[in-house]
Ligand binder design. Structure first.
Ligand SMILES: Cc1ncc(COP(=O)(O)O)c(C=O)c1O
Length: 301
């Protein structure tokens, strides 16, 4: 399946003579959108080919991956187990829109402490989970593994060679690795890190052998999931001007950063840029309840 490129008509782009299009991967599927669709595609095929009837995966309370995996498993006749970060959620998960949605799609949960979660690839933890739930097909946190990267290699389509730069937001690095593998000669992918810290470079180097990518670290807004009034205002204005909704954890930060870089002349005139919309819009409702508690303006839905 392929998504369309939406060319943006913003005064900044005209002024700087930059062509910017957004690949609307967010429109691929109502619930398995963006990179989740790409990452789960070959994993679901593999789970079924291996004869599994259960998919087990990991995520946080507002995880786009948990939400998408619950629907993908259900649609493919698989049972789903979500191992969720934070034991405290055991009592109050039904107040969390992402977890409530996943449960409505029959996902069962196992809540574990943040400390245990940090060691989620630990053999003993996985052994315990197999004892508790029986055999399962394991999809790692964020859905990233070699089959997910293979799926992300299908994001770009014929005709996308016209772009000089592809941009994407980065969490685990799986999506940027797939894009890097599929770029043609002379193209470069810029990854906007949604996390604080410089450990992602080493992670991505394990997943792609190519040197056609770079990471931008200046637009994480204080760290993963951190949002301020400036970002909320940007996302709301961008939606009004382009009719493209962005999420506050990933795509909103990437687009903010990309337009800021264009404003600061980081790209020469006549550069063509393709920004990948990786979805994540299910997280807006959960973020709005956090913003409401902090008495900050809300994201338009
Ligand atoms: C909406 C969205 N965009 C981008 C990313 C980052 O992708 P990756 O983890 O492959 O770097 C994620 C999370 O994985 C996501 O949920």
């Amino acid at each position: 399946m392929q998504s369309d490129n939406q060319f943006l008509d913003l005064s900044l782009l005209k002024e700087k003579q930059i062509t910017l299009a957004v690949k609307r991967e967010d429109l691929l599927h109502p619930h398995i959108s963006g990179n989740k669709y790409r990452k789960l595609k070959y994993n679901l095929k593999e789970a079924i080919a291996q004869g599994h009837d259960t998919l087990l995966t990991f995520g946080g309370a507002y995880s786009n991956h948990i939400s998408a995996a619950s629907v993908a498993a259900k649609n493919n006749g698989l049972k789903a187990i979500g191992v969720i970060r934070g034991e405290e959620l055991k009592q109050k998960w039904h107040k969390n829109p992402t977890l409530k949605f996943a449960a409505e799609n029959n996902m069962r949960f196992k809540f574990i402490s943040r400390e245990l979660y940090r060691n989620k690839s630990d053999r003993e933890l996985l052994k315990g989970l197999r004892e508790e739930f029986g055999e399962f097909y394991l999809v790692p946190e964020g859905g990233t593994n070699p089959l997910a990267i293979q799926g992300c290699e299908e994001i770009l389509k014929q005709g996308d060679e016209e772009f000089d730069f592809v941009t994407v937001c980065v969490g685990t690095g799986g999506t940027i690795s797939g894009l890097s593998n599929s770029l043609t000669h002379g193209q470069k992918v810029l990854g906007f890190s949604a996390l604080k810290g410089d450990f992602l470079r080493a992670e991505i180097e394990k997943m792609t052998q190519r040197a056609n990518w770079d990471l931008i670290h200046e637009y994480h807004f204080g760290g993963y999931g951190k949002v301020d009034e400036k970002l909320v205002t940007f996302i709301n204005t961008f939606k009004k001007e382009t009719e493209i909704p962005l999420d506050p954890v990933y795509t909103g930060k990437m687009m903010y950063g990309l337009l800021d870089m264009i404003k600061n002349d980081n790209f020469v005139p006549r550069t063509k840029i393709l920004a990948i919309h990786t979805g994540g819009l299910q997280g807006v409702i959960g973020m709005n309840s956090v913003l409401q508690k902090k008495k900050l303006p809300l994201l338009d839905i």
